[in-house]
Design a protein around this ligand. Structure first.
Ligand code: NAG
Ligand code: NAG
Ligand code: NAG
Ligand code: NAG
Ligand code: NAG
Ligand code: NAG
Ligand code: NAG
Ligand code: NAG
Ligand code: NAG
Ligand code: NAG
Ligand code: NAG
Ligand code: NAG
Length: 731
């Protein structure tokens, strides 16, 4: 009895203890209005289900409530949400502080009312969606700290009133949209956003000057406005924003000199002004910025010498100055303290001297670009201490001793790209026997040795480069045959040998090049390799990029390169092998200005990806195969100056090329050439062509007859079979 009473009391006491908890959980339960707002938001999404079914919306996935049951956070990033965002439904969630719907597929625009009632909002992240429209007149709340609207389709100007009340704003990212008008650089004026740390306006269509104002952003660390249409001078007051760690304004049209005042930005780590019109000399004291890591000033009009102080920037990781007018003797510079330097790009300037010995002590170096300067001297064996060196571009300088250089570089295991074209002019192709046995260049993917008037033959040691993909040997004085072992190089897909004195025949083995046997996209998917620096800047010729297809210029990605075989302007004779039809991956075949004879093999029409076919100025005879019409991607075709005859295939794409593609073949006739085909003389050829064309039409009745015959035979067979079965069953 006593025990029972005690038990009862204990229970009551327990209940008493739990009571406040029960009440609290009840209070935590979401408010009905919040629930219906959320449901109406979910309702506008087409997929996937949010599984918001339980009563208490505060327990739903992605939802957080406060003590009073108001929804404070709606966090559904990367949930695969699709559908139109509904401003009116969300607008009732007046207590929201965090809204993160980034990385979904939401569309629609932020109508003015979207922001109107969010007066508690602190974090707004709608990045990576398909939202569009213009921005509302102002940010929703004075508490707002982070706004990320990047990677959407917003457009229009950013209203000047937009930041007016956003006094706690620290981060604002609108990159990768299509905003127009001025960059709102007055954002920090009148203390409107004194805490701003990050501003990203890049990849839009902002234009005009950068107005002064950013200097007032005393906390600003990152300022990006690259890839817009900005012009005018760099505003001087930006040098007052002394907390800046990153200035990135690439791909604009800004001009003027980089001021000495930049030394006030003692925190600066990234200075990226790539592809503008900056001129003048580099600030002498630039090296005082000891935190500098990334200096990217390529493609400007900078002049003068490299400031020696730069060699004090021991944190430097990338120094990129390609395509400026810089000059001076670089052998004097002491690179030895730049132990973090991975990329040094001085291509296309006016530097003189030799390769600085001190450079060989920058042990982190992966890429050296010196192409297109006035450097001289030899490659020293000390270069082998650069264990990570993967990209070396030395072309268009006055370096000497190619054999010595190659014998050294062969040991460089990490080397992927070696671009020497236009240097070592007039020397002999290195071909010592010991180079064959050495098995060097084991990782080399790209070798550029053109425009150097090199003499000798294609050297045997190339046959050991099992990773070679791209070979440039054009515009030399190379003699002898094209070696058949080229066809055994397992990764080779780009062969450029024009303007040499190569003789002999087209080796059939070239028709087995493994990388060219497949469709280009299949071959390329296997290889996502990227060079350390863009190759175009150091391609083959200094003033033209004729050896590289134009659309590939900014690429450093190998897998964008097409399959090429270019043998133009040599003395190659014999037939074009029919086996060439196996090279499905080929996009350019240039055999022009050689001594090829025989017919144009029909099998060329198997090269379905071919874009350029140049057979001009040879001794080819016979007809132009009408099957060439099936080359749907063919953009350039030239068969001029041969002994071809008969009608140009009619009604085909081949006919759409200019007459100049066919001239110099006296026996060739029909459009686009002016001479008409004479029926009697060209009877044979005409008949043959007609047959070819006719096949498609005449096939049809035959096809039906066969089907009908098949049906009859089949039916007969079934009939006989059934009868036999019946007989057997009976018997
Ligand atoms: C909803 O539930 C289904 C099935 O359990 C699940 O596949 C889906 O990912 C859930 N949706 C969300 C947004 O969590
Ligand atoms: C939002 O609130 C208004 C006024 O209280 C109401 O009329 C409207 O239905 C609510 N919208 C939703 C989606 O709950
Ligand atoms: C939004 O969520 C994503 C994914 O969790 C996160 O990476 C991002 O930082 C969030 N945005 C903000 C502004 O916090
Ligand atoms: C700004 O943020 C601070 C805390 O970081 C807060 O105390 C202050 O109230 C905020 N100011 C405004 C205007 O929201
Ligand atoms: C801004 O957002 C983009 C993605 O849209 C991102 O790549 C970029 O790093 C962000 N900017 C900054 C400064 O964080
Ligand atoms: C730019 O935005 C589009 C659309 O949201 C997105 O697909 C793309 O990845 C973004 N690009 C970058 C560099 O972030
Ligand atoms: C930079 O700041 C200094 C000191 O605050 C000020 O005198 C100067 O006018 C500012 N410079 C610019 C260009 O705004
Ligand atoms: C640079 O810093 C110095 C001293 O730190 C200061 O006197 C000068 O005004 C600053 N210049 C600018 C442009 O901010
Ligand atoms: C490099 O830094 C040292 C020590 O800080 C200094 O003495 C020297 O003058 C600087 N060199 C240059 C070229 O600025
Ligand atoms: C290099 O300097 C010469 C004169 O010394 C000048 O003619 C030429 O334009 C300069 N080249 C570059 C790329 O600056
Ligand atoms: C060429 O270079 C090699 C290797 O560095 C060297 O041994 C040789 O003496 C050099 N030849 C000349 C002519 O300088
Ligand atoms: C290569 O030799 C040819 C003919 O001898 C000459 O015209 C051309 O200028 C030379 N090229 C170079 C880069 O020296």
């Amino acid at each position: 009895m006593l025990v029972q009473a005690y038990n009862l009391m204990a229970h009551a006491f327990l209940l008493f203890l739990l009571f406040p908890y029960i009440i609290t959980t009840n209070i935590h339960a979401c408010k009905q209005t919040e629930r219906s707002s959320l449901l109406s938001f979910a309702f506008t999404l087409s997929s996937p289900p949010l599984n918001w079914t339980s009563i208490d919306c505060c327990r739903w996935k992605g939802i957080t409530c406060d003590q009073d049951g108001w929804v404070t956070r709606l966090l559904l990033p990367s949930k695969g949400l699709k559908g139109g965002i509904s401003p009116s439904s969300l607008a009732n969630l007046t207590h929201l502080t965090h809204l993160n719907l980034s990385h979904n597929s939401l569309y629609g625009s932020l109508e003015t009312q979207f922001f109107l009632s969010f007066n508690q909002l602190e974090i707004l992240d709608l990045s990576y969606n398909h939202l569009s429209g213009q921005l509302p007149l102002s940010l929703p709340s004075i508490n707002i700290r982070t706004v990320d609207l990047s990677s959407n389709h917003f457009f229009g100007a950013i209203p000047s009133s937009f930041f007016q009340q956003a006094s706690n704003l620290t981060s604002f990212n609108v990159s990768n949209n299509t905003f127009t008008g001025y960059v709102p650089s007055s954002i920090c004026l009148q203390h409107s956003s004194p805490f701003l740390r990050l501003l990203d306006f890049s990849s839009n269509v902002f234009s005009g000057n950068l107005a002064p104002g950013l200097g007032k952003c005393s906390k600003l660390q990152i300022f990006r406005a690259g890839h817009n249409n900005l012009s005018g001078l760099f505003p001087e007051d930006i040098y007052n924003a002394t907390r800046l760690e990153e200035i990135a304004l690439p791909l604009n049209s800004l001009h003027g000199a980089i001021s000495d005042k930049i030394v006030n930005l003692t925190n600066l780590a990234t200075l990226d002004l790539f592809h503008n019109h900056f001129d003048g000399e580099l600030p002498l004291n630039l090296g005082k910025l000891s935190k500098l890591k990334f200096v990217t000033l390529d493609f400007n009009n900078l002049e003068g010498a490299l400031p020696p102080s730069l060699m004090n920037c021991t944190n430097l990781v990338e120094l990129r100055l390609e395509s400026n007018n810089l000059e001076g003797d670089i052998s004097m510079l002491d690179f030895s303290r730049l132990s973090q330097l991975t990329k040094l790009d001085l291509r296309k300037n006016n530097f003189t001297g030799t390769i600085p010995k001190s450079l060989y002590s920058c042990r982190s170096l992966k890429a050296i670009g010196l192409f297109g300067n006035h450097l001289e001297g030899q490659i020293e064996v000390e270069i082998l201490s650069l264990k990570f060196l993967s990209f070396l571009s030395l072309g268009y300088n006055r370096f000497t001793n190619l054999t010595g250089a190659m014998k050294i570089l062969m040991s460089c295991k990490s080397l992927h790209a070696l671009l020497l074209s236009g240097s070592f002019v007039g020397e002999g192709m290195p071909s010592d026997d010991d180079m064959v046995d050495f098995h060097g260049f084991q990782n080399l993917r790209l070798l550029g040795l053109s425009y150097s008037n090199l003499t000798g033959q294609i050297p045997m040691w190339l046959s050991k480069l099992k990773n070679l993909e791209i070979l440039f040997l054009g515009f030399n004085q190379i003699t002898g045959p094209i070696p058949s072992w080229l066809g055994n190089l397992p990764r080779l897909f780009y062969i450029s040998l024009p303007n040499n004195r190569l003789s002999g025949e087209f080796p059939q083995q070239l028709c087995q090049l493994p990388r060219l046997l497949y469709e280009p996209n299949i071959a390329s998917q296997a290889d996502k390799y990227e060079f350390e620096l863009p190759v175009a800047g150091s391609s083959v010729s200094i003033n033209s990029n004729q050896q590289f297809p134009q659309q590939l210029l900014p690429q450093q990605k190998l897998y964008f390169l097409p399959g090429w075989i270019v043998l133009s302007n040599n003395n190659i004779s014999g037939y074009i092998p029919a086996e060439i039809g196996r090279l499905q991956g080929l996009r350019k075949l240039a055999l022009n200005s050689n001594n090829f004879s025989g017919i144009i093999p029909d099998q060329i029409s198997n090269l379905k990806n071919l874009e350029v076919l140049d057979l001009s100025t040879n001794h080819l005879f016979g007809i132009i195969p009408s099957s060439l019409a099936s080359l749907n991607f063919l953009k350039e075709f030239n068969a001029s100056y041969n002994n071809l005859e008969g009608p140009i295939p009619t009604g085909t794409q081949v006919q759409s090329f200019n007459a100049s593609a066919f001239e110099g073949n006296p026996k060739l006739c029909g459009a686009p050439l002016p001479n008409k085909c004479r029926p009697i003389v060209d009877m044979d050829v005409d008949n043959k062509n007609n047959k070819d064309e006719g096949n498609g039409h005449h096939q049809l009745p035959w096809f039906y007859m066969f089907v009908a015959l098949g049906f009859i035979v089949g039916f007969w067979g079934v009939y006989v079979h059934i009868n036999m079965m019946k007989r057997r069953l009976r018997g």
